[in-house]
Design a protein around this ligand. Structure first.
Ligand code: MN
Length: 277
């Protein structure tokens, strides 16, 4: 229990002029992991690794962690609050969402997180809310847009390189180069068309979803980035830029570009549609 003295000291420090955040700060919704967390005695938790949070904070954006819930009204409230949606890494998407049965190479799935993220992503696409989708995120984005995934690159894509570098290498290990399409939004952000990226995925996009364009591939043809083919700021990357912001201006620029898009996207009135899942 807080002592009266400690409370008074804090109150006196907070009771001055109050505090206003800087004008123009954007709010970014981040759907959380649904995992049991060791630090919380194995209890199911809403967790977002700090690497994602730190990258947003570094560019002056405010992260809002969205818990894994099934309550449509709550999720609709939150998606209407945020200026942007950031989809992060995690386990495999249940292939039922793209009309396939489980391949033997499929790993852990989290159905409750799938439902929440697909719902939020469909709404964000409908409402033109900017989306930055990382690793599992690009896969959720693609499935939300009606596309499909390789359930296990190593067993389904002949001659593919090893994209699943975890846990043999550090998360910031530059595993392979990617080729970026000239003239793409991503090329404009990175100011180059060939960069080295980390690679911590065993799945990837197979059939590309509606309204998405492939803008980067690895040297084996695996899709490494997509963006909206329309006006909406939507960027999905198969690598983990949040681990690279300290060493790469291009990766920091990616988060800055997302922040800027969230500043300027036009608000769309109306309530979100329904994800039929
Ligand atoms: Mn890769």
């Amino acid at each position: 229990m807080m002592s009266a003295k400690g409370g008074d000291a804090l109150d006196s420090r907070l009771s001055g002029q109050g505090y206003r955040s800087e004008a123009g700060r954007v709010l970014i919704g981040i759907p959380a992991y649904a995992h049991a967390c060791d630090a919380l005695l194995g209890r199911d938790s809403a967790a977002v690794p700090n690497t994602y949070i730190d990258a947003l904070v570094q560019v002056g954006a405010s992260p809002l962690i969205i818990p894994v819930v099934d309550d449509q009204d709550l999720l609709a409230h939150l998606i209407n609050l945020v200026d942007g949606l950031m989809l992060i890494g995690g386990p495999d998407v249940d292939p039922v969402h793209y009309g396939e049965t489980a391949h033997p190479g499929l790993r852990q799935i989290t159905p409750s997180r799938d439902r929440m993220e697909l719902r939020l992503t469909v709404w964000a696409l409908q409402a033109q809310i900017p989306i930055l989708a990382i690793c599992r995120g690009i896969q959720v984005l693609n499935v939300a847009a009606g596309g499909s995934l390789w359930q296990d690159i190593a067993s389904q894509v002949p001659n593919a390189r090893k994209h699943d570098q975890h846990p043999d290498y550090r998360e910031d290990h530059l595993a392979h180069p990617i080729q970026i399409a000239p003239g793409s939004r991503l090329a404009g952000i990175c100011r180059q068309t060939r960069i080295d990226v980390n690679s911590l995925h065993h799945q990837a996009i197979s059939q590309v979803g509606q309204g998405l364009a492939v803008v980067a591939r690895a040297d084996d043809g695996i899709i490494e980035a997509v963006e909206s083919s329309g006006e909406q700021w939507v960027l999905g990357v198969q690598w983990h830029p949040e681990w690279l912001v300290a060493r790469s201006k291009a990766m920091l620029a990616l988060f800055r570009a997302f922040r800027d898009a969230c500043h300027s996207h036009p608000a769309v009135a109306g309530s979100p549609g329904v994800w039929p899942g």
